[in-house]
Design a protein around this ligand. Structure first.
Ligand code: GTP
Ligand code: MG
Length: 360
């Protein structure tokens, strides 16, 4: 009864009205007096409530439409990922690369016949493990490029484990078939030893023999990708708020922050409020990743897009969410930023008195 509660509290030295709120310590004392078992829960943060709600949202079947597959090229350095992708898309990225080495994660969406495919190119150099993992994490299908003259190498093995960890189907492109030293059988043997048994040997891994120079097998590789995608029927709900991943981001002097995002679900629009890791903003402009002169108003599911409008460059690999309210986005970003700072300082905090502080 309320009176009993008030009496106990009076005994504890507190005069309270019926709608007063109690601090945790008083509540514990009160409950102890009355033999009541009390559990105190921290209120959920806005981060948890809002973002979990978005993550938990299940799209109704009738809202789900076919979306383009995201296809990531992975493999050892110099095995021909960029060259093959150039050949498929009809580009020449490879000749413009510093030192002939890919140092960024690239993503494009292109029309292939009646279908669209989003391609992600990753670096093969051993220094870029994190980028390969990121590429594998956003993909639906992994294309493992293995040079037939070199076989399975350390970053091939690494790429296999990233793709397996991501649980995505793997297609092998046995590349550089035009090179005189090409030894496809040896490479197939090595792949089998790594748990990738080629279809031609009775396994379930499609292996396509290719050459980025002569163009051999490039059409077959594309057909295999499309076939794999058809089997899996990738779907998304283009009518919901967008969620996705930041592939990379940088501070550009003229445009502010330019973030390369890929949309997993929903449609990202100019004007949307976005939170990504400890950064937030309102999408100011979006640009096609192949042709920066093309401005986009909308980015539907599976679309990679360059976005301006973030306050700071978001960390690569962070998930982004579209929210209704910029104040919520700011609060979540600031909370995360201060948590990051605390973790960063972790163990090194020094307590000083106000007097000491003033004296400094
Ligand atoms: P990283 O991104 O740095 O890991 O390299 P990559 O896998 O993208 O290889 P890239 O496409 O840069 O090709 C490396 C070198 O191999 C280039 O000189 C290409 O011209 C050459 N190359 C790629 N594919 C083939 C091929 O099928 N045949 C021959 N002969 N050379 C190839
Ligand atoms: Mg490359």
């Amino acid at each position: 009864p309320v009176q009993a509660v008030q009496r106990t509290l009076m005994g504890l030295g507190q005069m309270v009205t019926i709608n007063a709120s109690l601090d945790a310590e008083t509540a514990e004392l009160l409950c102890a007096e009355h033999g009541i078992d009390l559990q105190i829960r921290e209120p959920e943060s806005i981060e948890d409530t809002l973002l979990n709600q978005i993550d938990d949202k299940v799209d109704a079947d009738e809202d789900l439409l076919e979306r383009p597959p995201v296809v990531t090229f992975l493999g050892h350095v110099d095995h021909g990922k960029t060259s093959l992708l150039d050949k498929i898309i009809g580009l020449d990225v490879v000749s413009g690369e510093a030192g002939g080495i890919t140092q960024h994660i690239r993503a494009y969406i292109v029309d292939k016949g009646e279908k669209k495919i989003a391609f992600v190119d990753t670096p093969g150099h051993e220094a870029f493990t994190e980028m390969r993992a990121r590429g594998a994490n956003v993909t639906d299908i992994a294309v493992l490029i293995v040079a037939a003259d070199d076989g399975v190498m350390p970053q091939t093995e690494e790429a296999i484990s990233h793709a397996k960890a991501a649980g995505v189907p793997i297609i092998v492109a046995l590349n550089k078939m035009d090179v005189p030293g090409a030894n496809p059988d040896k490479a197939l043997q090595q792949l089998s030893q790594h748990g990738l048994l080629p279809a031609e040997w009775g396994g379930d891994v499609e292996v396509v023999k290719t050459s980025a120079i002569t163009g051999e097998g490039v059409d077959t590789l594309l057909e295999t990708i499309l076939l794999t995608s058809e089997i899996h029927e990738y779907k998304a709900n283009p009518s919901r708020e967008a969620v996705g991943v930041c592939l990379e981001a940088e501070q550009e002097s003229d445009r502010g922050v330019l973030a390369k995002l890929i949309v997993n679900n929903g449609t990202l629009k100019v004007g949307d409020v976005v939170v990504c890791g400890s950064t937030f903003g309102r999408v100011k402009a979006m640009y096609d990743t192949l042709n920066p002169r093309i401005r986009l108003e909308e980015a539907p599911p599976s679309t990679p897009v360059n976005v301006t409008g973030f306050d700071e460059a978001p960390a690569a690999g962070e998930r982004f969410y579209v929210l209704d309210d910029i104040a919520d986005a700011r609060e979540i970003a600031e909370m995360r930023a201060s948590r990051n700072r605390e973790q960063h300082l972790g163990g090194h905090t020094v307590k000083i008195s106000f007097e000491d502080f003033q004296a400094r």
